[in-house]
Design a protein around this ligand. Structure first.
Ligand code: ZN
Length: 227
């Protein structure tokens, strides 16, 4: 997965980094691409606040500039997601209808907008974004048609054009993990579970998708799961 032409002229990039395995891989991909990374983590009051702790620890160990931005105030406008509200986190597979309760309205468009604003502020030419095909089914704002149009808008929204770069847009989480393993990444430094307990639950959609990716790669997940 190589970067494109415009990225070669500007080494600064913003990476939207949640602390999960996808964006962890994207972050390391950007470093491998020899980018100067400005990592950006959003705290939108999600239950899996553990992700943020993992993100901070990784950025510290990699010596990457990192901002954690509390945007939980916007939840007053975005009601109804089990990730932020007092609704039970559904168990089961990611593609199941019940997982729709984990959709935060317009989340990625909001996060990308903020990231692009940050990119313009620090003079970065790209925002690295870890959307992948496994999310396409239930999250409309992870689909290629959304990312493409958002990217178009970001060319003209400011005096400086910013590119939304999604290296894994057309591939699965399994493929992301394959690339990360090739890079020699340590996935014990990532948190995926939607429930922020001491060990990963192994039952929520996020855990199931993670376990599937490790299974598909014939690699053991270094994370501990609840029995
Ligand atoms: Zn879980």
């Amino acid at each position: 997965m190589s970067s494109n032409i415009s990225s070669k002229t500007n080494k600064k990039v913003v990476v939207i980094y949640s602390g999960g395995m996808d964006s962890f891989t994207v972050l390391n991909r950007a470093l491998k691409d020899d980018k100067e990374v400005f990592a950006l983590t959003f705290d939108y009051g999600q239950r899996h606040v553990k992700e943020i702790e993992f993100a901070s620890a990784v950025c510290k160990s990699l010596n990457v500039k990192h901002k954690v931005i509390d945007i939980s105030a916007i939840n007053q406008l975005l009601a109804g997601s089990s990730l932020t509200d007092n609704i039970e986190i559904p168990e089961g597979h990611y593609e199941a209808e019940s997982m729709k309760s984990t959709v935060v309205p317009n989340r990625n468009m909001i996060l990308l907008s903020l990231a692009v604003g940050y990119a313009v502020s620090v003079g970065a030419g790209q925002v690295y974004y870890g959307a992948h095909s496994g999310d396409h089914a239930i999250y409309p704002d992870c689909r290629p048609e959304f990312v493409k149009k958002m990217n178009d808008v970001c060319q003209i929204a400011n005096y400086e054009a910013v590119e939304i770069f999604s290296p894994y847009l057309e591939v699965s989480k399994t493929d992301i993990l394959t690339d990360g393993i090739k890079m020699g990444l340590d996935y014990s430094k990532t948190w995926t579970c939607y429930n922020g307990r001491e060990k990963a639950c192994g039952k929520c959609g996020a855990c199931q998708e993670r376990m599937e990716a490790f299974n598909d790669n014939n690699v053991e997940d270094p994370l501990e799961y609840e029995a």
